[in-house]
Design a protein around this ligand. Structure first.
Ligand SMILES: Cc1cc2nc3c(=O)[nH]c(=O)nc-3n(C[C@H](O)[C@H](O)[C@H](O)COP(=O)(O)OP(=O)(O)OC[C@H]3O[C@@H](n4cnc5c(N)ncnc54)[C@H](O)[C@@H]3O)c2cc1C
Length: 435
């Protein structure tokens, strides 16, 4: 079995340390209890605590132990590139289409404004984020995004092949979308900062694994594995892919997808001036995207999903990711992997976030897929507004019920099948572009 890699991540090595959480004990009461201290849970906790609610956050391990502390740290205020905006509008319905685009388009500013307001020390760099096209399909996505976001007042820039060559320092891209409000952060430090701010605003954050939940007269009764009992009017389940057995309807409706990350050794000034010289994080618009950034201590960081997750998948993926880095970015010096880790994404199949209503005031906002820093910060704060006002207009997506995968066995092979078809589509798009 693969051992957990939270401590191996570059972010664990670089983030300011945080105090251990006190254990949840005895009988506790709250207006709202949030299960999971990732970016989504803590963004909601902060907004609710600042509005004067009595808030409890219960975290099974430690702050940002899930995807929030393990991701690449890209702040990307857009939906997944391969998802057309027309498709997205269809999925949320005409009434929500504009508010979804607006919430997504402003999510980068939301993150960086929050970092500035709360003075979070997380190596934040609002350099803009670059989404580059390798083929005609990618160029069409750029055009669609520039026009789509402009319709809700969000300005994105399109760059031609020459400009993207200057931005990246290497050839191969045909154009790019630059999202000026995006950038990069140390995600673990960001979420630890959100936790400190939520606690300062009055949220009580405890360590404890919620093992069971029963509807009660005035809401819910939650029990942790260590025996704490929590009485609460409302619950936000912010467990993302780590839901386990706690909420079977949620577990049945998502596809946990492992994503792997590596960081090289720190590189010298010559390489830093040659590759991504202005430090804008780069993610390309392939269906199986290649992403690259500089870390605060000048390492290259890249990652991706694996076709198969076996016992030694972290080591295997580290080799694959290093090879791909050397293939796509010419002229790099001898690189070695100094950090390799992985985390789980809660895939929703169509890359769209969801807010699921599980009854009696229990909600599960989920599925920000690979856009969770910006989108989960936004969704957490919208969730808080929804609980405060009861007004569904405060949410960028409709409130729905989770829909289980009809054939559970398909769920097991879905990540590999998705990755294979993504690579096939990329190959097909490349061939079409060269004709
Ligand atoms: C490797 C990787 C790279 C990524 N790169 C990016 C990126 O560059 N940019 C971007 O925007 N997004 C990225 N993402 C996606 C992003 O990280 C997620 O969308 C986001 O972090 C999800 O946050 P969350 O708070 O919903 O869940 P999580 O951060 O997963 O938090 C869930 C928490 O719930 C806790 N929990 C679970 N069950 C219980 C229980 N029963 N009781 C108590 N607590 C419980 C877990 O311990 C965990 O801490 C990436 C994801 C991964 C895995």
């Amino acid at each position: 079995m693969q051992r957990d890699t939270f401590e191996q991540s570059l972010w664990s090595a670089l983030a300011p340390t945080s105090a251990e959480l006190p254990p949840a004990q005895g009988l506790l009461h709250a207006d709202v209890t949030i299960i999971g201290a990732g970016v989504l849970g803590l963004s909601a906790a902060l907004a609710l605590a600042e509005a004067g609610c009595s808030i409890l956050v219960v975290e099974a391990e430690q702050i940002a132990f899930g995807a929030s502390g393990r991701n690449t740290g890209f702040v990307v205020p857009s939906l997944k590139g391969s998802l057309s905006l027309a498709q997205a509008a269809k999925l949320v319905g005409p009434a929500k289409a504009d508010s979804l685009l607006r919430a997504v388009g402003h999510a980068g500013s939301l993150v960086f404004d929050l970092i500035r307001r709360l003075k979070i020390d997380c190596s934040a760099e609002q350099t803009g984020v670059v989404q580059a096209a390798v083929n005609d399909a990618g160029l069409a996505v750029i055009d669609m995004q520039v026009r789509g976001y402009a319709s809700v007042g969000v300005t994105l820039e399109a760059a031609d092949a020459e400009r993207i060559r200057t931005i990246t320092g290497f050839a191969g891209y045909r154009g790019a979308l630059i999202v000026p409000t995006g950038g990069q952060i140390n995600p673990l430090a960001y979420v630890r900062g959100l936790a400190t701010a939520a606690a300062a605003a009055g949220a009580r954050i405890y360590q404890g694994r919620v093992a069971s939940m029963q509807p009660a007269a005035a809401g819910w009764c939650l029990r942790t594995t260590q025996g704490a009992e929590i009485h609460t009017a409302k619950v936000i389940s912010a467990t993302n892919a780590m839901v386990g057995d706690l909420l079977p309807p949620v577990a049945r409706a998502i596809i946990p997808l492992q994503s792997y990350q590596i960081a090289t050794q720190p590189l010298n000034e010559d390489v830093r001036r040659a590759i991504l010289p202005a430090r804008q994080p780069l993610v390309d618009l392939r269906n199986h995207p290649f992403a690259l950034r500089w870390s605060p201590d000048n390492r290259l960081v890249t990652g991706g999903a694996a076709l198969f997750d076996g016992g030694d998948s972290v080591a295997r993926m580290a080799r694959f990711l290093l090879k791909r880095l050397n293939r796509l970015v010419p002229g790099l010096p001898g690189l070695r992997v100094e950090h390799a880790w992985r985390g789980a994404i809660a895939g929703t199949g169509d890359f769209m976030p969801r807010v699921w209503d599980l009854g009696h005031g229990l909600f599960a906002p989920i599925g920000c897929n690979g856009r969770g820093i910006a989108l989960s910060t936004a969704l957490g704060s919208c969730m808080a507004q929804y609980l405060l006002t009861g007004d569904p207009h405060t949410l960028p997506v409709p409130v729905t019920a989770p829909r289980p995968w009809r054939v559970p066995v398909l769920k097991g092979i879905a990540p590999s099948a998705w990755l294979m078809q993504a690579r096939l589509k990329d190959w097909h798009n490349d061939v079409k572009s060269k004709r």
